[in-house]
Design a protein around this ligand. Structure first.
Ligand code: GMT
Length: 398
């Protein structure tokens, strides 16, 4: 049975104000960033947000009275080699739904979030309370981990049981249908960008520090996981140097392949041209002075890092896999090459860095393309999707 609830109106938009639960990983990049930025914008629009994660999300820095962060507390016990996070999460979801009177729970990254949500929803249904679940598929929850036989059945079941499912690109939607037994209707709502934060600003001092002799700046930002192919970034850059381009490579981020990358710079003898920044919050400052962004990933359902660069008017050279071609348009905002064709990427990099007219055209187009992913418009799509899911699922539940 569905239940009647008082509807509060949002004093900012005059639309119904929602109590929304957001579940995410607290990570620096990817789904954690998308989920947290979404929560921040929804809060600015007058909704109440409850973020549930095992640590405070990296992007949740400022205080907002409409955002409450709830940490999933997970007690260990000598018997547990692996403490059951999914169960602790489901239990805490039940608390939130009940005491904060959530209208909807939105989980980012299916594994294990969609499963915990399904469990919480069933518990609440037993108590006569219906809460719709929206699951957003981001990437490896479908393309890698989610299809691992040790998780597949549960992940697919949980996604199918969600009341609404979104994917961050057409590629991910198509891939989900092709590589799983999921039957749920999937709505594509792409990732979004804050065009005010991510825009080129004057960073002359930083530029002088990183490129003191007026060298071109090539930038890569990632979590240095295998899939990001940082060694390929270094090889492409080395080939660019070989072709006589005076350039510096700035690597932003950290992760498992950091040492491999450092070793590679040493063996190629190009350490003095490469700067490892480590994790760096204000990535837009570095992007502001970048002449080129490299993202030769082996798997990427969207490529948020490319969009951030484009929003700062930086042309992109990428691999042509996954959702990257939906972001970086070949010949318009940069270039995309086959995954293993590092020569192709290096040649395009040289073209961009040595032809001022071409560079100017690509950077103007990059910013224009980024404007299509304006956060206000995309977040409105999420709001509309929530409204639609709430109506459809309450009809089903009654
Ligand atoms: O799958 C991952 O590597 C992590 C994942 C995440 O959920 O943090 O990143 C994915 O989501 C991002 C935000 O939607 C996308 O921009 C990335 O392309 C995607 N990563 C991969 O597909 C490898």
């Amino acid at each position: 049975m569905g239940q009647w609830k008082t509807v509060y109106f949002n004093e900012i938009t005059l639309l119904p104000r929602m109590n929304i639960g957001i579940v995410c990983y607290p990570t620096f990049g990817g789904s954690g960033v998308v989920a947290t930025e979404l929560a921040k914008i929804l809060a600015k629009k007058g909704h109440n947000l409850h973020i549930l994660s095992y640590a405070r999300p990296a992007r949740l820095e400022d205080f907002d009275t409409r955002i409450l962060y709830h940490e999933v507390s997970i007690n260990s016990y000598p018997l547990f080699e692996y403490p059951p996070y999914a169960l602790a999460l489901a239990s805490q979801m039940v608390n939130l739904i009940e005491f904060e009177q959530l209208d909807l729970m939105h989980v980012h990254y299916a594994l294990p979030h969609a499963t915990s949500a399904y469990l919480a929803k069933q518990i609440m249904a037993e108590r006569g309370i219906h809460v719709p679940i929206v699951t957003t598929l981001h990437g490896t929850d479908i393309t890698l981990v989610g299809k691992d036989p040790s998780y597949k059945h549960v992940v697919e079941f949980s996604i199918d049981k969600s009341d609404g499912v979104t994917a961050v690109s057409e590629y991910l939607k198509k891939g989900t249908y092709e590589n799983s037994d999921i039957k749920q209707n999937i709505e594509v709502i792409p990732n979004f960008i804050d065009l005010d934060r991510f825009q080129a600003t004057d960073q002359t001092d930083l530029k002088l520090k990183l490129a003191p002799n007026g060298e071109k700046l090539v930038v890569h930002v990632s979590n240095f996981r295998k899939v990001k192919r940082v060694p390929a970034v270094i090889q492409i850059f080395a080939k660019t140097l070989e072709q006589g381009i005076a350039a510096k490579l700035v690597l932003v981020g950290d992760g498992p392949d950091r040492q491999v990358a450092e070793q590679q710079c040493r063996s190629l003898g190009i350490c003095k041209h490469v700067h490892f920044m480590g994790k760096w919050e204000k990535v837009e400052e570095i992007l502001s002075i970048a002449d080129l962004f490299l993202i030769p990933s082996g798997s990427e359902t969207f490529g948020l890092a490319a969009l951030e660069a484009m929003s700062c008017s930086v042309p992109v050279v990428s691999s042509d896999i996954g959702g990257l071609p939906e972001v970086n348009i070949h010949g318009e905002t940069g270039y995309a090459c086959e995954l293993d064709d590092l020569d192709c990427m290096a040649n395009y990099a040289v073209n961009i860095l040595s032809d001022a007219e071409l560079h100017a055209k690509l950077s103007e187009n990059a910013r224009k393309r980024a404007q299509l992913f304006n956060q206000q418009e995309i977040v409105r799509k999420y709001e509309q999707f929530y409204e639609q899911v709430m109506i459809q699922s309450s009809v089903k539940a009654s």
